[in-house]
Design a protein around this ligand. Sequence first.
Ligand code: ZN
Length: 443
Amino acid sequence: MDLAADLYPIPRSLTGDGVRATLERIASRISLDVHELPTGTPVLDWTVPREWNPREAWIRDPSGRRVVDFADHNLHLVGYSVPVHSRLSLNELRPHLHSLPEQPDLIPYRTSYYEETWGFCLPHRLLESLPAGEYEVFIDASLEDGSMTWGECLLPGATTEEVVISSHVCHPQLANDNLSGIAVATHLAQTLAAVPERRYSYRFLFAPGGIGAIAWLARNRERLDTFRHGLIAANLGDGGSFHYKKSRRGDAEIDRAVAAGLAGLGEEPVTEDFFPFGYDERQYCSPGFNLPVGVLTRTPWGRYPEYHTSADDLSFIRSDALAGSLAAYLVTAAVLEEGAVRSAGTAAGTARRRPSTAGRAGDDRRYRSLEPFGEPQLGRRGLYGGLGGAGRKAFEVALLWVLNQSDGEHSLSDIAERSGLPPSVVREAADALREAGLLEDTP
Ligand code: ZN
C-alpha cells in the first residue's frame, strides 16, 4: 500500500518522466536496470513514439474560473494531448471533452497515443453544468523526440531458464489497474531475491503497455529460447477472487502451475481461455512468439465499474488483497520450482490439435498472418480507432482474433466459434486484413 500510495500521484504515460520517476521508486526497493530506447527506433511492426511530458493543463470557463485542472487529477488530461492555448466556444470545446454519462461523478481515463489531438476528461455532471460562452484552454506539454523507458529486474537462478513477470507502468493515477500489479511484482522480486537457491532465473519487467512489450520482445528475440514461463500481473488489489486467463497454448506448464498453486492456498480461480486482447499477453501470445504467458489477476480489467475511472483510487485497493495476491504468485513460483506439474500432458505447447470441422458447414478458409510477431499496428493502416481507454467495437475485436489465430491452422469458422463473434464480422475482418496485406491465403 505504501508503494502504491507513493506512485499514485505520478503522471505516468507511455513515455516520459512519469515512467522514469516510477522506476526510480521501484529501484529503491529492488535492483532495476533501466532501459531507454530512442524515439523512431523500429520495433517489430512499430516504432518507438515521441516522448510526452505534460506540465500544466486547464480549462477556464467564461467567468475565468478553472473548471478542469490537471493539477487536481492526472486523469483530467487525455494522455498524449498536444499543446494548445486558445479561446473557443462551448460547442467548439465539446468534441474535446470526455465523460461517462452512466457514471456522472467519475473522471474517465482516455489516451490518444497514435492520433495527434488534445482533450480533457471530466465528470459528466460537471460537463452538463458548463454554461455557454467563451472558454480558454491551455495545455503545456512537450511531445518530441526522446525515448521510451522500461525497467528490468533479473534474479539469476541455477539455470538461465526464465520465469518472466510483466507489469505495465503507463497508467496515471489508477490504483488497481496498474499500481497493484507494480506493487505485487516489486514485493515478489524482493521476496524471491531472498530465497537462497532458485532453479529458475526470474525476470521482472516494468514496461509501458503494448509498445513496451513489443520493444522488449524485439530486443530479446534472439534469447527467447530461455523464456520458460510468464505471467502478467495487474488488478491484484481489489476485493475480488482470483481469475486466471490461460496462455494461448492453453496447456502450458504455467497454466497448470497457477491452478495447482492456488489449490494449495485453498483458492479456486475462475479460469478463462485465451483471447487476443487485454494486457501484454496479446504480444507475448501473438502466433509468431506463442510464449507460455498467462494473466493472474483478481477481478479482470473492464469487469468492475471503477475500471479506468477516477474511482480506481487508493481506497479501492486493500492491503489484505495485495498480500493474498503476493501469496498466489509465490505459491505459483514454488510449484514451478518443484517442477510439480511438469509431467502432466504431453509436450505442452508443441502438440497442436487441428480443430475439428466435422459437422459444420462453415467458412473453411484459413489464413496465415504476415506479421505474426507481436500485434501489427492497425491504426497506421486505418483499421483501428484512435482514442484508447474505452471499449472496442466488435469489428476491432474480430481483427485481433483473426490475426492471432491465423497461423494456417484455424479456419474462419473456428475463429468465429472460439471468439463467439458473428461469422460475418469475422469474415469482414479477414477481408480487411487481407486487403491491408496482413494475411496470406493458405492452401
Ligand atoms: Zn488499463
